[in-house]
Design a protein around this ligand. Structure first.
Ligand code: SAM
Length: 259
């Protein structure tokens, strides 16, 4: 069952997190954001759109197909003059040709059907000026194989419910497939980089338990019943014990290609 990004219950689903230094460091190694026009497609609550502004982007166009997510972005960006909010589908945004220096898509492509991925990449290519840069961030099939640990909480989900790994495997592409599809679309100088990005720090287990409950509407956990989520939370509590300051991190892959 796909996530309903328009549902009122998913309001603020992608807010309340801070962009971490390791993300800024990697992006600034790949591109010079200063004075650039950036489209953040599948922007969610606009957390990363704001990060582009912070890095000096001249204008950030926040695109999402969900009115609820765009309302969250508007709330999060407080009418900042260099933020433009635009409803649109990643496959056909409605933005003009060659209007962006950078197109950024984080945690978007696993929501795009496999057979539509090249349409998504072609749309990004169309939006970019010549020499413009496409930056994609998502989890590959390799990124989701790491087992559970106090740092890699997501791994416990698949340790406890292996059938969810099968669902994840189907929607996560491999690194090589993405590289080949980017080449096929016409991108040049393609690179892929692994990123271990901090998600957040929980003061103690009870904070993590609340977060896991809240993830039901917006992650693979929406496949589980409330009872199954409770079982998972109890399992993780036994594994982690009474640890304080739990730092959760996620494995990601970041791709870059030039038009
Ligand atoms: C997992 S969230 C990521 C949000 C944000 N990029 C982040 O990393 O915090 C995925 C977002 O992509 C949006 N989305 C999914 N499919 C889309 C599509 N075909 N076109 C535009 N937005 C889409 C959803 O509404 C949601 O806001």
């Amino acid at each position: 069952m796909p996530i309903d990004f328009n549902a009122k219950k998913n309001r603020h689903a992608y807010l309340g997190r801070e962009v971490q230094q390791e993300w800024y460091d990697l992006i600034q190694k790949l591109v010079e954001p200063r004075d650039k026009e950036v489209a953040d497609i599948g922007c969610g609550g606009g957390i990363y759109s704001l990060a582009w502004v912070k890095m000096g982007a001249k204008k950030v166009t926040c695109v999402d197909f969900s009115q609820q997510m765009l309302a969250d972005t508007a709330e999060n960006t407080h009418g900042m003059p260099n933020i433009v909010i635009q409803k649109g589908d990643a496959l056909c945004t409605g933005l003009p040709d060659s209007c962006q220096d950078i197109v950024f898509e984080r945690a978007l492509i696993h929501h795009i059907a496999q057979e539509k991925r090249i349409t998504c990449f072609s749309e990004a290519h169309r939006l970019l000026r010549s020499g413009g840069i496409y930056i994609l961030q998502d989890r590959t099939v390799q990124d989701i194989q790491f087992p559970g640990s106090p740092e890699h909480i997501r791994g416990y989900i698949f340790d406890v419910y292996p059938h969810l790994r099968n669902i994840e495997n189907q929607r996560r592409p491999s690194n090589d497939v993405v590289i080949n599809e980017l080449k096929f679309t016409g991108f040049k100088q393609i690179k892929s980089i692994s990123l271990l990005e901090k998600r957040t720090t929980y003061k103690d287990f009870s904070q993590l338990a609340i977060d896991l409950q809240l993830r039901k509407g917006r992650s693979i956990l929406h496949e589980l019943s409330n009872e199954e989520i409770t079982y998972l939370i109890n399992y993780i509590e036994k594994e982690i014990g009474a640890k304080s300051d739990i730092i959760e991190k996620d494995f990601w892959t970041v791709w870059m290609g030039i038009k």
